[in-house]
Write a protein that binds this ligand. Structure first.
Ligand code: BDR
Ligand code: CA
Length: 313
């Protein structure tokens, strides 16, 4: 696999989604962002979409289409995470009320299908919100399946942050996650086990500030809010920049220890709905369907992040 991949970022920005976009769009990134598609998750899809447009304005991502997607999970009621991301979904940084960038007039699911089918090379989907759009695209046009190089997602783990068993992105739409994990598309999974090794503290925030360009200041402002809510809600010493792990992997895979395992999605359990059942010891005898990120080179990760922010010069 090459690391100058074409990617579609399906997301619910969201502070850590925003940091993932900043990393992907930086001058040191070999990735080409074909589209940003939004989904209901951290807040409703209208707000997530406005945030995506504003992020593009902030970092000068003028050419990349932004398309709005599913406004609720496949079967369940919508569930949001305002306690982490605030009422707007991106509380903290001062942003203009209205974005100047315009929304694409095509549904996110159709953008995913069209970009994948019409690309001259396989496309990687980076999914950092609930998997509703990705599941809908697979169901709507299965011809995309062999043309997706990999789905690189933030979700799940061997413990939960929304219930004791389930992580937010998977819990919000476990039925969609099941479609994706059962799709036979190669999956790289960045769950809580590894994203909790990417915890930004105030020293990291101050390093960002010291870089002294507007995008680095934006990243620091994002962290300022996100660190505090993660400390208050989860008692962590900082905020895990979960979603940015997906892009760090695509830019510099050697930062991660990876293991091929079987992962199945629980959709029925009373206490375990939305759990990712990670078969670490191969006890199911089932074929591995996931490249599971276990460990992160923390220093290398933050070095990459700082370099990417400096590149906005
Ligand atoms: C995931 O949930 C969201 O709140 C974050 O953006 C991240 O994608 C972490 O559980
Ligand atoms: Ca997210």
């Amino acid at each position: 696999m090459t690391n100058n991949r074409k990617i579609i970022m399906d997301c619910d920005p969201g502070h850590d989604d925003a940091l993932a976009i900043i990393l992907a769009a930086s001058k040191i990134s070999p990735l080409t962002i074909e589209a940003i598609t939004t989904v209901s998750g951290n807040v409703d899809v209208e707000k997530n979409t406005l945030n995506a447009l504003k992020i593009c304005d902030m970092i000068g991502l003028d050419e990349t289409p932004v398309a709005k997607g599913a406004d609720r999970p496949l079967f369940k009621e919508r569930e949001v995470a305002e306690e982490i991301h605030g009422e707007t979904g991106l509380d903290g940084p001062v942003l203009p009320e209205k974005p100047t960038k315009e929304l694409a007039e095509v549904h996110a699911v159709d953008v995913i299908i069209e970009k994948v089918l019409n690309s001259n090379q396989n496309v990687t989907l980076v999914a950092t919100g609930p998997l509703t759009n990705v599941a809908l695209a697979i169901r709507k046009d299965p011809r995309i399946v062999p043309k997706i190089e990999e789905i690189v997602l933030m979700g799940g783990g061997t413990f939960g942050n929304w219930t004791p068993a389930a992580e937010f992105n998977i819990y919000v739409d476990a039925e969609a996650a099941k479609i994706v994990f059962d799709s036979d598309i190669p999956i790289a999974m960045f769950g809580l086990d590894v994203t909790h090794q990417a915890i930004a503290n105030r020293d990291i925030m101050n390093d960002f500030k010291a870089i002294g360009n507007p995008v680095a200041q934006f990243a620091a402002d994002l962290l300022d809010f996100f660190l505090t809510t993660n400390e208050e809600v989860f008692g962590l010493e900082g905020g895990p920049v979960h979603d940015a792990c997906t892009i760090a992997y695509l830019i510099q895979p050697s930062l991660f220890d990876l293991k091929h395992v079987r992962v199945d999605i629980e959709t029925k359990g009373e206490f375990t709905y939305g759990m990712t059942s990670v078969d670490m010891l191969g006890v199911t005898g089932k074929q591995a369907n996931v490249t599971f990120a276990q460990n992160l080179n923390r220093d290398g990760f933050w070095e990459l992040f700082n370099d990417s922010l400096k590149s906005y010069g």
